[in-house]
Write a protein that binds this ligand. Structure first.
Ligand SMILES: [Zn+2]
Length: 282
């Protein structure tokens, strides 16, 4: 599958191929590239940092829900940083530019993009969690699918607000989530849905790409220092993925599914599963 990448602000169209994604590492850094368009035609962009031949490929989505503004600030901080050796980073400030323009969770067709992915998709009643008329009905979802299929990431971070937690609900991602939890200063625990998570991006990544997929729920209020720490934590996770230490299990060795999440106390707030509305899972 090819992803047509347009240079932002330029007419030239570049077809992303394996060669395009892996030029000589000495090639100068390109600016943001357009990986898709929103319902209202806004550009969805991705910025690449680091060497294209670095073995660890980290993708960071700043935002899926337009009323969660902290993640794009983390991405903005990341854009000013240099990844560690062995790590390349793709930054997508927002997957939902229409929602961001309206300060709304959903996209312009009132679809919750994090219920529109093609794993365990189910039609839901119209609400702020509306899953859309069918899986991948939205151009923003398609953009993410094509982009991720092309990049074949080692790990994907998806920033949300405001449950103040690093999700460790995917067994494949648990060790990495624990590491990120320490680096970012948020507890790790399950950001689960009231029943089964349906149509989520991380669910699709976990099932289809077999990559590490971590939802990061930032706090409701994020200071500049906290955003910078989250950015450093993302790069720190990349370095850890490149060379896991002996004190931390390799990221690709999942812990048993029955392992409890020690940092989460069921009575602590916020507790997603006790929320009446199906708010969690991003
Ligand atoms: Zn969210």
């Amino acid at each position: 599958m090819n992803v047509r990448i347009r240079s932002a602000g330029a007419a030239a169209v570049l077809t992303l191929s394996a060669a395009a994604l892996a030029p000589a590492s000495s090639e100068p850094a390109a600016g943001p590239q357009v990986i898709g368009r929103s319902v209202q035609g806004r550009a969805i962009t991705a910025l690449h940092l680091g060497a294209h031949d670095a073995p660890v490929r980290l993708v960071v989505f700043g935002q899926m829900h337009g009323n969660e503004p902290a993640g794009p600030r983390v991405v903005a901080a990341l854009a000013r940083m240099t990844p560690p050796a062995q790590v390349q980073v793709w930054l997508v400030p927002t997957l939902n530019p229409d929602g961001a323009a309206a300060s709304r969770r959903t996209n312009a067709r009132h679809v919750d993009l994090n219920r529109n992915f093609p794993v365990a998709w189910a039609r839901t009643p119209r609400s702020i969690y509306f899953s859309g008329p069918r899986a991948v009905s939205e151009p923003e979802t398609r953009a993410a699918l094509d982009f991720l299929a092309e990049v074949q990431p080692t790990a994907v971070l998806s920033f949300h607000q405001a449950f103040a937690r690093v999700d460790n609900s995917h067994a494949r991602s648990r060790a990495a989530a624990a590491q990120l939890s320490r680096l970012i200063g948020l507890p790790d625990g399950s950001v689960s849905c009231p029943s089964t998570c349906r149509g989520t991006m991380t669910g699709w990544i976990d099932a289809s790409l077999k990559a590490i997929a971590i939802t990061v729920e930032l706090r409701s209020r994020v200071s500049g220092a906290s955003a910078a720490r989250a950015a450093r934590a993302a790069l720190g996770l990349g370095a850890w993925l490149a060379a896991p230490t002996s004190t931390a299990p390799p990221a690709l060795t999942p812990a048993p599914a029955s392992t409890p999440a020690p940092d989460v106390t069921p009575t602590s707030t916020p507790t997603p599963t006790s929320t009446p509305a199906p708010a969690p899972a991003g």
